[in-house]
Design a protein around this ligand. Structure first.
Ligand SMILES: NC(=O)c1ccc[n+]([C@@H]2O[C@H](COP(=O)([O-])OP(=O)(O)OC[C@H]3O[C@@H](n4cnc5c(N)ncnc54)[C@H](O)[C@@H]3O)[C@@H](O)[C@H]2O)c1
Length: 268
């Protein structure tokens, strides 16, 4: 028996990377999933992979009504909602303040924060009544950049620090009905895009050939995790039986980046 047997989860950014791995894992743990992504082809593909277990909706997490439609669909198809996983995100590829023109910085900030921060807030707002009803939970995808400088640029780093703020404030506000936690993964090879205003709409981490080498050199754990390596933390936090007293927590799973100290990792 899985850890999420009978549960229903809404996962944003479910069409690729970590979100897609979360769909696979949540289904394997017995959940049914409402997959929300702005890419309609990806939504169709993930829905087709799990007939009867995954329903999909194409929508933009920055648009209030798209979040509301996703929750309404979860309730009409599956009859309940136990977990909202806010996960859709953009990266700024380390864009440096001094190198970024003022206008691009301003528009890039609005574009990235709209997805990484507002998208999570609107998702929780849309889901909150259903989550109170079910005594459910929220799990937000944070990042190694939620606690560390120098992974992203100022815009991404600030957005992921803001996710910690959302977790803590919403955990306080929604207790005792709804638990709110986060998971802060480190590097993984995905299709993550950046803001169009920063010229990063077509850039992907997946195309960086040296990512494995970088992870080996930088991380004490000395490997580049696969998105699936992070999904267990989401499952545990979503599970009533395994995290009943856990709220306001952000689990760091960054390959040891936060404790890497000076010099090369041990053994190198
Ligand atoms: N890739 C990494 O190394 C890494 C590291 C730490 C944290 N993260 C976080 O993991 C999360 C998932 O990113 P990923 O790396 O799997 O990227 P990804 O691009 O592979 O997947 C993100 C999905 O979100 C969708 N999306 C983007 N904007 C959207 C919007 N406005 N509305 C609806 N859907 C939208 C995309 O279409 C895509 O399918 C993000 O929050 C990211 O910040 C990624």
């Amino acid at each position: 028996m899985g850890w999420l047997e009978g549960d229903v989860a809404l996962i944003s950014g479910a069409g690729s990377g970590l979100g897609l791995a979360l769909v696979d894992r949540f289904v394997a743990e017995g959940a049914r999933v409402l997959a929300l992504d702005r890419d309609a082809d990806r939504v169709r593909s993930v829905e087709a992979s799990y007939p009867g277990k995954v329903a999909g909706i194409a929508g933009d997490v920055t648009v209030p009504t798209d979040n509301e439609k996703a929750v309404a669909l979860a309730l009409s198809v599956f009859g309940r909602l136990d977990t909202f996983v806010g996960n859709a995100g953009l990266f700024d590829y380390g864009a440096r303040l001094v190198d970024t023109p003022m206008e691009a910085l301003s528009r890039g900030f609005d574009e990235l924060f709209a997805v990484n921060v507002k998208g999570y807030l609107l998702g929780v707002k849309a889901a909150v009544d259903a989550l109170i009803e079910s005594g459910g939970s929220v799990v937000l995808t944070a990042s190694v950049a939620s606690r560390n400088a120098g992974v992203g640029g100022a815009v991404y780093t600030a957005s992921k620090h803001a996710v910690v703020g959302l977790v803590e404030q919403l955990a306080f506000e929604l207790a005792p009905n709804v638990r709110v936690n986060g998971v802060a993964p480190g590097f993984m090879r995905t299709d993550i895009r950046g803001p169009r205003a920063l010229g990063l709409a077509d850039r992907t981490l997946g195309s960086m050939p040296d990512l494995d080498e970088l992870a080996r050199a930088l991380l004490p754990m000395q490997f580049l995790p696969d998105p699936s390596d992070y999904t267990g933390h989401f499952v545990q936090l979503a599970s009533r039986a395994n995290a009943a007293a856990t709220t306001g927590v952000v689990v760091e799973c960054d390959g040891g980046f936060s404790v890497r100290g000076m010099g090369p990792p041990p053994g190198q």
